[in-house]
Design a protein around this ligand. Structure first.
Ligand code: SF4
Length: 500
């Protein structure tokens, strides 16, 4: 068998190329040699980020033209029997899983073999070169239809999914199903580097104990927050029926208090200096469009390269010139979640009040300024159940995507409108404690929206450091892991949801 190993370094490098005293490339090289000996290997690089520390002969530049990656692989794989596909920022790839996948691929003469239920980054994908021309045509068609950019990550599973029955596929199922834990061994953020350093020794040891320990150690999986919510305005323009604002802030329609610009700047920059990169959601219990200097706040946030801004909004109250200015600088780092709830004006009025036409017009303008970064959203509840599929189809066609949000009764504090219970059969420690922080305008920090009465306080930014606040969340997570829940968490079913 002639085996070709391709290591894709197309995704931008956001962290130092070093782990445990070795470069990420050396880790992969060593794993490959341990598994297969002197197999042919090439690193794939982008023209604008060459892997200049590697010798010329082992790297190939992927052109950014349509299906440039698929074309490059098609050419490189000529004369080979199988392709092993790696990502260059997955250094702890396991030699035993390389061999296990290859054995499976060969035994069943598969065309595509992948590992399922494992953490990301421990196993490669295996492809038969004969399917690459077909996948290249799929990629060309997809890119022509959607004008999407060349993919920066493995495109293979997505392409195969376009006609999944046309390919012979084999799967190696993990002995411990870790899909729900969403564990990644990818070195793509400061957060992930902490994780990799922490699990470095274990990841090189026997497989089963590693997987079991990963499953059983939520606290050891927790590193730094990924999403930061900040309340920049206390008021709203609508009170949807699914919102508990009526309960805890009945004045919200009239309330017009705003976060001070300097505090916003201080909190965002200090959080980034500590956590490395973040998704910022400036919509915590308030409508961001109400802030009189909302554009300036967003421009300030976007001036940080390691920040992604996700704005959840009713779509009301936005100024066209602000949208235009933001579109100039966003460069794919500003996403809009528009709470449309329904495409039927009558349902919309019942759920949210007036504003249907303005919210629809906003969404269309946002789609022009931020293509691919607008997420029309509906809440799945009894009132919308019959319309949900139509809503999804309409916006999938218009925007390429839509969100169907799970209804939240806030632990039974507002009426239950959920049409179906999607919660897992066994309760997990809450995702929000593992990944999120949320800051009220007065500096109080909680883990989630459900703590709207400030009843899970982790600290206050006027007196506490990010580290101390995050540490308090860790102690709460430890309680969750021991199935000991604070009162507000006890009946809450948001534990299995998370943002980014
Ligand atoms: S269980 Fe609910 S209330 Fe508790 S931290 Fe998670 S989301 Fe918040």
């Amino acid at each position: 068998m002639k085996t070709l190993a391709l290591i894709s370094a197309l995704a931008p490098r956001r962290v130092p190329n070093l782990l445990g005293g070795k470069t990420l490339d050396q880790w992969i090289d060593t794993a490959l040699t341990q598994a297969l000996g002197p197999v042919t290997r090439f690193w794939l690089e982008r023209a604008n980020s060459p892997l200049s520390w590697l010798p010329e002969g082992v790297r190939h530049t992927v052109p950014s033209e349509t299906a440039g990656l698929e074309r490059t692989v098609e050419k490189l794989a000529e004369g080979y029997d199988e392709i092993l596909w790696f990502e260059a920022d997955e250094p702890l790839i396991r030699p035993d899983l390389i061999n296990r996948l290859l054995d499976l691929h060969r035994e069943y003469r598969a065309e595509y073999t992948f590992a399922d239920g494992y953490p990301r980054g421990l196993a490669p994908e295996v492809l038969h070169p004969r399917i690459i021309p077909t996948l290249r045509r799929f990629a060309e068609k997809k890119q022509a239809e959607k004008s999407t950019e060349t993919t920066l990550r493995s495109p293979w599973f997505d392409l195969i999914s376009q006609d999944i029955n046309a390919f012979d596929i084999e799967t190696d199922l993990s002995p411990v199903d870790l899909r729900a834990e969403r564990i990644s061994f990818r070195a793509d953020s400061f957060r992930q580097m902490i994780f990799l350093e922490r699990w470095l020794d274990k990841a090189q040891g026997p497989l089963l104990p590693l997987l079991e320990e990963l499953r059983d150690s939520p606290l050891k999986r927790r590193t730094l927050p990924a999403t930061l919510q900040i309340q920049i305005a206390t008021g709203v323009l609508q009170l949807p029926v699914w919102s508990p604002l009526q309960l805890f802030h009945p004045e919200a329609l009239r309330s017009r208090e705003f976060l001070d610009d300097e505090l916003f700047q201080k909190w965002v920059s200090s959080a980034l200096a500590w956590a490395g990169d973040l998704t910022l959601m400036p919509s915590f219990w308030g409508e961001p469009s109400l802030h009189p200097r909302v554009k300036e706040l967003f421009l300030e946030a976007l001036s940080h390269n390691d920040l992604r801004l996700v704005v959840e909004t009713s779509g009301l109250g936005w100024r066209d010139e602000d949208l235009a200015d933001l579109a100039q600088v966003a460069r794919g780092r500003l996403d809009w979640i528009v709470e449309l709830d329904s495409q039927n004006p009558e349902t919309y009025r019942h759920l949210r009040g007036e504003g249907f036409d303005e919210a629809q017009a906003f969404t269309q303008k946002a789609l022009k300024g931020f293509p691919g970064h607008v997420w029309p959203q509906t809440v799945r509840m009894k009132e919308t159940e019959e319309e949900t599929e139509g809503f999804y189809r309409y916006w999938k066609d218009q925007a390429g995507q839509a969100i169907i949000l799970k209804y939240n009764s806030f632990g039974g504090r507002i009426p239950e409108r959920k049409p179906a219970d999607l919660s897992p059969w066994k309760r997990l420690p809450c995702w929000h404690l593992q990944r999120d922080l949320a800051v009220f305008r007065d500096g109080t920090v909680v883990p989630c929206r459900d703590a709207w009465r400030q009843n899970l306080v982790l600290g206050n930014l006027h007196t506490d450091t990010w580290e101390a606040i995050w540490g308090a969340g860790g102690r709460l997570l430890q309680e969750h892991a021991q199935e000991n829940y604070p009162e507000v968490c006890r009946n809450c079913d948001e534990y299995y949801t998370f943002f980014f």
